[in-house]
Design a protein around this ligand. Structure first.
Ligand code: ADP
Ligand code: MG
Length: 700
């Protein structure tokens, strides 16, 4: 594995060259993917302990997050009430003694040895007059001064571990690797880029990410490595896109855009500043040779659909067709109706295309699409079936893109002779869509502003036995003329029984609690006609309450619906709940969302839902979802082929992601082969290290 020319690069040496790593530990390290010194220094901490202020034991006070060193004076295991094992470890220094207490972990006993020096972190408490810390972090530090400087008296790294390597050992090994490689860490950004990203040099950041002097230097070090995670990937994507763009061009759509201007002027409302900005970004893209290839993210109700339609006017104004694909027939019809409202007066000819249309009608739509006698086509995945041939598709818009499969998305417009401009929209900043931002070669726009008058939806957790009270409040609101969604979960595995639940509950509610108010039923197994009829009745107010499933998640836009009752909310993801919550509070009355907890809803789920209830920003909600579900699984890194993302969180860091994407674009535009002298540090890392790694992963 080691080549001759690299053998004197300390970073490429085997990790066995580090003191403390013998053959057995090397095997353990390899389980963590660590083979070289470089792998060791790139083994970043998973957390940090702030052990800067070591306090004499005599000065510990209750309630204090304490860090101190001392010597183990006594280790006493005993049995408490109900045979609970209690391990008490007395630790002392010149100033005093304190007890560390561990419950039900009898195996810990063997780790504590009398006379050993330890460093302890934890919260000081008082129990029956005795000062103690319950389950604190406690590590032996030995008497060696440099040793104790690695483990205490500073901000200390906590590493991911594997069997056979303790925290203390890992710290010592990584510290050794840092010492060995100091002065040999090559810079991979230009100083201009470092200024632009506002990050420290690589060597400095590497030292600081392991042993930061302050929380501020730690943040800057993390920022530096976040940049590395996205920037080189963006260079790669930009380079590929530039190459593809040279091969297959999109039809340029230059200004002026009189049709678009008339469309905007004819809207019954003013576009928000965010909508206008995103529309500007779309128009600027469409004018360029590389064309429009953009993901629009925005909260439910932020007005993405209107922006999608406006984009369609760009293409239609130049004589092309534009198509809008929605994930459900209900949503497609709703978009179609809204589109006609805005577009008919402009003389734009439009058609619907969905599977549920009568055969003859569908055939006519297909013929109109083929002959070019319609400009705007709104539909479902029926649009990507083989029988559909566009006369001249200039723009493909995908709404709620996360509901489509990767292949479906890729097919839309891909078989046209001329590559259409491409716009995808999503309300759910779910990881998949974000991963796509990073992997999927799309530009990103965010509509980060709601139309005026939109109010926050009040969200309340309700225990299962409080059901009756909620029904009472819903009845009262019905009397005031408001409307409600009553939602039951629908899980794939037990779809039939769940449906039964929704159907039975509908009948029961109509008979009992809501005997005086007309209810309706809407679920995914109903025919298109049945669904349309239910929604129509609900929209007209003839149905006051709609008993339903997650079919309403996307796109059912009924402004008079102010209330949402979610049964068993613990069975939903937070991002999905947020999406559902966006269905209410769109009209005059303030929105309320009740989360009616299931009988067996656990404490963790309750905590998750409490977070949801107190946060109404979709980005924050999605971030929490990410945090709870863990990045590894959600990101789909493995299938991406790119070197792992460990620090970047495109949700929270989308500013940085955008900065990186722009910088990469500028560099590739000016210097496609990275041949300029000023780009040497970037080029070296990119060509020698980054690209081969990605390409290897993509092949394998
Ligand atoms: P999204 O697709 O982002 O969930 P929509 O485009 O469906 O949002 O818009 C939600 C509702 O808000 C629609 O009824 C739409 O007509 C309306 N709307 C969109 N933009 C504005 C605006 N700037 N001002 C007022 N209402 C708007
Ligand atoms: Mg929408």
């Amino acid at each position: 594995m080691e080549t001759g020319s690299r053998s004197y690069d300390p970073l490429q040496q085997s990790s066995q060259f580090i003191k403390g790593v013998g053959p057995a530990r090397q095997v353990s390290l390899e389980r963590l993917g660590i083979r070289t010194v470089e792998d060791l220094v790139m083994h970043f901490p998973r957390a940090y302990l702030d052990r800067r202020n070591l306090v004499p034991i005599g000065r510990l006070v209750p309630g204090m997050e304490a860090n101190f060193t001392g010597t183990i004076l006594a280790v006493s295991p005993r049995r408490g009430r109900r045979a609970r094992s209690i391990l008490t470890v007395a630790v002392g220094d010149e100033s005093g003694v304190v007890n560390l207490v561990y419950f039900n972990q009898p195996y810990l006993e063997k780790y504590f040895r009398q006379g050993e020096r330890v460093v302890v972190s934890g919260e000081m408490t008082i129990y029956r007059g005795t000062r103690q810390l319950v389950s604190p972090e406690c590590e032996a530090i030995g008497s060696d001064l440099t040793e104790s400087l690695i483990h205490a008296g500073r901000i200390v790294p906590v590493y991911p571990l594997t069997a056979g390597i303790s925290q203390r050992m890992m710290r010592r090994i990584v510290h050794g690797a840092l010492e060995k490689s100091s002065g040999a860490v090559p810079e991979n950004l230009t100083s201009a880029l470092m200024r632009e990203f506002d990050v420290p040099p690589r060597a400095e950041a590497l030292a600081a990410i392991h042993y930061p002097e302050s929380l501020e230097t730690l943040e800057r070090a993390k920022r530096r490595f976040k940049v590395e995670e996205v920037f080189f990937l963006h260079l790669l994507l930009r380079e590929r896109r530039a190459r593809a763009g040279r091969e297959r061009k999109r039809p340029p759509v230059p200004p002026p855009h009189p049709l678009l201007e008339r469309f905007v002027a004819g809207l019954p409302f003013e576009l928000t500043a965010a909508q206008r900005r995103v529309l500007g970004e779309i128009a600027a893209d469409a004018e360029r040779a590389a064309g429009l290839n953009r993901l629009i993210q925005g909260e439910v109700g932020s007005g993405k659909t209107v922006v999608g339609l406006a984009a369609a006017m760009l293409a239609i104004g130049k004589g092309y067709q534009a198509a809008l694909m929605a994930p459900t027939e209900i949503l497609a019809v709703q978009h179609f109706e809204r589109a006609r409202l805005f577009c008919d007066p402009l003389g734009v000819r439009s058609t619907l295309l969905i599977g549920a249309m009568p055969k003859a009608e569908k055939a006519r739509a297909q013929e109109d699409i083929r002959s070019g006698s319609v400009d705007l086509i709104v539909g479902t995945h029926a649009l990507i079936q083989d029988v559909v041939a566009f006369k001249s598709l200039g723009l493909a818009v995908i709404d709620e893109q996360h509901r489509f499969g990767v292949k479906q998305r890729a097919r839309f417009g891909a078989e046209e002779a001329v590559l259409p401009h491409y716009l995808v929209m999503t309300a759910t900043p779910i990881p998949r869509s974000l991963a796509q931002t990073v992997y999927g070669d799309l530009d990103l726009s965010v509509i980060d502003e709601m139309p005026r008058g939109r109010r926050r939806v009040e969200t309340k957790l309700v225990p299962a036995d409080d059901r009756g009270r909620v029904y009472g409040e819903i009845r009262a609101a019905f009397e005031r003329g408001e409307q409600a969604f009553i939602l039951y979960p629908l899980v794939q595995e037990s779809e039939r029984t769940d449906l039964l639940a929704a159907t039975e509950e509908f009948e029961r509610l109509q008979r009992d609690e809501f005997a005086a108010h007309p209810l309706g039923l809407l679920h995914g197994r109903m025919s298109f006609e049945e669904k349309s009829k239910a929604i129509e009745l609900f929209r007209r107010g003839e149905i006051r309450g709609l008993v339903t499933t997650t079919v309403i998640e996307v796109g059912v836009d009924v402004p008079n619906a102010s209330m949402l009752l979610v049964n068993n909310p613990e069975r939903f993801g937070l991002a999905q709940l947020h999406q559902l919550r966006g269905r209410v509070g769109r009209g005059g009355a303030a929105g309320v969302c009740w989360l009616l907890l299931g009988e067996d809803c656990g404490a963790a789920a309750r905590g998750r839902l409490a977070f949801f209830a107190s946060h109404d920003d979709g980005f924050e909600v999605a971030e929490e979802d990410l945090r709870l579900r863990g990045p590894g699984e959600i990101w789909g890194y493995r299938q991406s082929g790119a070197p792992g993302f460990r620090l970047i969180n495109p949700l929270g860091d989308h500013e940085l992601v955008r900065l990186s994407w722009d910088a990469a674009g500028r560099i590739v535009e000016r210097d496609p082969g990275l041949g300029l002298a000023e780009h040497r540090p970037v080029a070296y890392y990119f060509h020698r290290y980054y690209r081969p790694k990605v390409e290897l992963a993509e092949i394998g």
